[in-house]
Design a protein around this ligand. Structure first.
Ligand SMILES: [Zn+2]
Length: 654
């Protein structure tokens, strides 16, 4: 039980301005809304899905990339050397994926030059003599070509400030557009070296650490990057232009991690001021989860002209406007969720994107404020319940925009995690995640949703099968009808009905928190809702005046109709910008404003006459108005911001 304390701040209300209150919160929300919900710049474009490798009969150990890249030309040439172990008896040929538009010139195996069979998107190289099961061998493929301009962003050339530049982005299916790869989600390359020859004056950004950058002939530079952690093919990346370079350092004890930034010289001063903010997120994720996964090397950012970001392992690529706290934090989170542990199927992409999105929410909660955290949860819930009714499970991996669905893989994935946290409690939730990250079968490898579920179940002892059926595989959301009756002796009961909105789930089991308020007291009761129409008895020690469903933003629902002693009010995730929390109201009117800087707030009677009322309390998005001088009857509340104006009716009782 908690008793509310009132701060009596009397402010004349007819014209007042709350900008100072809302400005900070809005910054984050607006950024999020402007950003189209995903970090992937080309998610709306379709990529060709390369023909899969027909015989998965080798385990990749190592790639050495030798690339010649002139950012002024849409062209790449070079070689990829592969070390591998045969996983079948008598491996007599090996396959990689390479776009049909590229030319596979030759392969060298055991000192002999071999012809390559290039059919469709597959290259096949005969191995003679064959490689025995479990034996280690290597070969080099030489190739060149103009990577196809298919809008996927696989290989992009452009000009900034008059200077040519290029960058790559291969997720999900683009690696084979520009290099012969095993483009899959079941075999990481244990280690890579990247050598790039480029015109003098350029620098190449890539995975791992820069070993050397030396003159190569009179007019070129050779850069060598090495990365000694397992990496999936879609995270191998390179960007080349006349970069300016600087480092931030994350220090913990005597340890430090370099955060290496490759930025355009013309933007260097501006971006130098922005990147240090990320150090807070690095500290938070190390504390909540586990040490930064690529600690022996580095983390970094390379500037590109993409509109968003891409979490290339140890070297995120960002557009200029994405050097902000939101996207930098999201991409950093991917180093744990997506890079160290990669989704084992595109159906499970939420293991990358739902986590990265929720990690940004956690950074708001732990580094900024509860209010910002909850506002972000509300924004996501609003988007999901109004615009996207599908499942977190990605049911069409041939459609790149479905894989990177902002509403489903990102937002609903993040809200799923927040609900799991509610169901499990903080301790089991965070420990379950740490157990998942430290599972030797998954760490630096791949995971499916079932493995994550198993870790939460083992940690908590709870069976989460139904939870995942409802919230991972299931579509749609619940809506609630909550009927509350209270007798004069304060005995109360509530009957909770559930309907499902655009859903294939028959019933969403959930622990529902409901806050009851009255006589300057309040109490929140948890109802374990297991069937529609369930009735619960309870007895608060006060007369209930108003009710808030899910006051702490723990669960996902479309709307809740609350009927208190036969007077109805609606709480929803649909269109309302303002919510009247005490209706009918007696003495005090409690209002929740969903977003916006209020510059207009008035109360009218039904004849249109403006009434004088006083603001008695303002706490972030919650307002309390003193309405004691209003006669009983119906009134209209009108609130406006620069972006919207909304009116709501309410009833005053004595
Ligand atoms: Zn992401």
């Amino acid at each position: 039980m908690k008793t509310a304390t009132y701060y009596l701040i009397f402010i004349a209300l007819s014209v007042y301005n709350c900008n100072f209150l809302f400005a900070q919160e809005n910054r984050v929300l607006k950024n999020d809304l402007n950003f189209s919900m995903t970090d992937k710049p080309f998610f709306k474009n379709q990529q060709r899905i390369p023909q899969p490798i027909t015989t998965n009969n080798y385990d990749l150990k190592y790639h050495r990339f030798n690339w010649v890249i002139d950012p002024a030309q849409r062209f790449i040439s070079g070689s990829v050397t592969s070390y591998f172990v045969a996983t079948q008896e008598q491996l007599n040929s090996i396959q990689f994926q390479l776009s049909a538009s590229m030319s596979a010139d030759s392969a060298v195996y055991n000192g002999k030059t071999l012809e390559i069979n290039h059919t469709g998107n597959l290259i096949t190289i005969p191995l003679n003599p064959f490689v025995s099961l479990g034996k280690f061998d290597s070969l080099t493929v030489f190739y060149h070509g103009i990577p196809e301009q298919n809008g996927s962003g696989s290989f992009v050339n452009y000009v900034h400030n008059g200077v040519p530049s290029m960058w790559t982005l291969s997720e999900p299916y683009g690696a084979s557009d520009w290099w012969p790869s095993k483009n899959n989600l079941n075999d990481k390359i244990d280690s890579i070296d990247v050598f790039v020859v480029m015109p003098k004056g350029n620098h190449a950004a890539s995975n791992g650490i820069l070993v050397s950058e030396i003159p190569y002939g009179d007019n070129s530079t050779l850069a060598h990057w090495k990365h000694r952690y397992p990496i999936v093919s879609y995270l191998v990346a390179v960007a080349v232009t006349n970069y300016a370079r600087y480092s931030d350092y994350y220090k913990i004890g005597s340890d430090s991690i370099e955060i290496l930034n490759y930025v355009y010289p013309e933007d260097s001063t501006e971006l130098r001021a922005k990147t240090p903010e990320l150090l807070k997120s690095m500290a938070l994720f190390e504390q909540l989860f586990s040490p930064y996964p690529f600690k022996k090397e580095k983390y970094g950012h390379a500037q590109t002209n993409m509109s968003g970001g891409m979490e290339h392992q140890t070297m995120t690529f960002l557009g200029k406007s994405s050097f902000d706290f939101y996207i930098m934090t999201h991409e950093l989170a991917h180093q744990w969720f997506g890079d160290m542990i990669t989704c084992g199927s595109w159906q499970d992409i939420w293991l990358n994107e739902g986590f990265a999105t929720y990690c940004y929410a956690l950074s708001l909660e732990y580094l900024y404020s509860e209010v910002k955290f909850k506002d972000y949860l509300k924004e996501m819930s609003h988007y999901i319940t109004t615009k996207q009714q599908g499942s977190v499970f990605c049911n069409d991996t041939t459609n790149v925009s479905r894989i990177f669905s902002g509403g489903l893989s990102y937002y609903k994935g993040a809200i799923l995690l927040n609900m799991l946290r509610w169901v499990l409690g903080d301790n089991d939730f965070f420990q379950g995640i740490r157990n998942y990250l430290n599972d030797p079968e998954l760490k630096y490898g791949f995971a499916l949703t079932q493995k994550l579920k198993m870790h939460f179940e083992n940690q908590s002892g709870k069976d989460l099968s139904e939870f995942f059926e409802d919230w991972f595989y299931g579509t749609g959301v619940p809506a609630y009808n909550i009927q509350i009756k209270q007798q004069l002796n304060l005995n109360a009961s509530t009957t909770i009905l559930q309907t499902q909105y655009e859903s294939d789930v028959s019933f969403f089991d959930m622990i529902l928190p409901i806050k009851f308020i009255g006589e300057k007291k309040d109490t929140t009761i948890l109802f374990n809702h297991t069937f529609s129409g369930q009735t619960f008895e309870f007895k608060p020690d006060f007369k209930i005046d108003s009710v808030i469903f899910d006051p702490e933003i723990k669960i996902l629902y479309r709307k809740a109709e609350i009927i208190l002693n036969q007077v109805s009010s609606i709480q929803d995730n649909i269109e309302d910008k303002i919510l009247i929390l005490s209706n009918p109201a007696k003495g005090i009117l409690n209002i929740h404003v969903k977003s916006g800087s209020i510059n207009y707030l008035k109360i009218f009677n039904l004849e249109g006459k403006s009434e004088n009322v006083k603001l008695v309390k303002q706490e972030n998005t919650l307002l309390e108005l003193d309405i004691q001088n209003l006669q009983p009857g119906m009134y209209i509340l009108k609130i406006g911001t620069s972006e919207w104006t909304e009116t709501k009716k309410f009833i005053v009782i004595k």
